[in-house]
Write a protein that binds this ligand. Sequence first.
Ligand SMILES: [Zn+2]
Length: 481
Amino acid sequence: MKFNLTRPKPKLPNSYFWTWDHSTNWALDDPGLVNFGSWNKNLKKPETFIEDYKRLIDTASDLGIKGIIIWGFLRDSHGGVDFAKKVASYAKSKGVAILPGVGTTHYGGVYYEGQHKYNINSFLREHPEAGAITSKEVGAKRSKDSVCPSNPLFKEWIEEAFKWLFDEFEIGGCNIENGDFFSCYCDDCQAQKEVWPKSDPNFFRYQALCNKPVLDIAKGIVDKDPDLLMTWATYCGFVPEKLEGEPDKPESYIKGMGTDRPEIFNQLEYEGIAQWTLTRMVRDEEIKLLDFLDEKRPQSAYDNPSWPKDIRPPSKRSTGFVHQGSQWDYSPWETKSTRYNLFIGRIKEACLRSYEAGLEGVSIHGELTSRHIPAALNYLAFSHFTHWPEDTLRDFGKKTLGQVFGDEKEGEDYVELLALWEANKITQKERDLVKARYDKAYEIIVPYSKDVEEDQKTRFFFWNWLYRLLSGFHGIIESFI
Ligand SMILES: [Zn+2]
């Protein structure tokens, strides 16, 4: 779907889509398509990697979204260096920044999968003595998938690999991770505790150890091109809340840092951009569409003990990441993920609160094709609220959906109907209105006109989805793309 949007300068300029290559499905007929998993093998054809990302890049460009994170950017199984170059260069030509996922001590390294010197497994085959000891058990062997950050070979290898990445590809930055809650129990990594504040959470200490070499190199690269986004995952929210459970084993998507100020922010010469996980800082229950139909700052967005109103992250530069609306988010009361859900209220909340907390951008997942209408609506809402975080839902209808439909009133009607549907307040009046809009859009099919423009098709599929939703005859909600 093509969205011809005009956008002003965004208030959250450094916003981006987050993706894994193997479950980013914009081309729908590849036999290797999967919609789950985190460090999967790539089962799709190499050409599909390019096609999937071309379509997502076009959409990001239409939406005015600055970047796309790609975990699995470099793999032998989808064209290696050549195909990664094609994706990065195409993105650059469209004004979109590709941010490859960079595993420092885990997650494949700079070259995610394959026979390459900057791939972690290849590196550890040559230097098994540099493997991390990831278990506390006496006599535990060195890992073949994780590198020990205290080993001198690690620093030399990761610095060289990181420089190569920026020399070789027309990328717009990177997204650094050290392996979620990585630990190494070798003598050197344990001895390093002695020169580190005892109160600092262990996972932040390892982030400093593992990520510092690349951030130091990143500084020199950013000095030459300040527009690059050197982001790194903190794996937690930015509230100074004590961690629950063992400090070494925090739950995924923890909301608190476990300290007022992680030591990493006192130690790094160049901090890059800290990407905070907002997944458990945002409300447990999504705010209602009616709450912000006409309210710029709805009270419900602040009715949230997990995100105190005036809190600011300790980092100099920050972005936020929400997992809602992805395969990695499960509602506590559901057994299925929220990958296919509509989550406009969540996007509004995350953008508004992030903007007020001084963040530069927000990140959501971009793995689903916009042919899935809830995903298309999420992407359009993401575009809208990263540009105007303080706008109402009605503004979104008029200014963004209005442009998609070529009619402001039609866009406004759409969001109003959606908000009333969510609140279970649909009456015959609304049913008549949606039927009339649907019938008009349906004219491109019966009786068909000779020349159907792409925007008429888009308009039809949006109304088709809402009409079926409101009439109780959807049958199209569950999807496997
Ligand atoms: Zn170690």
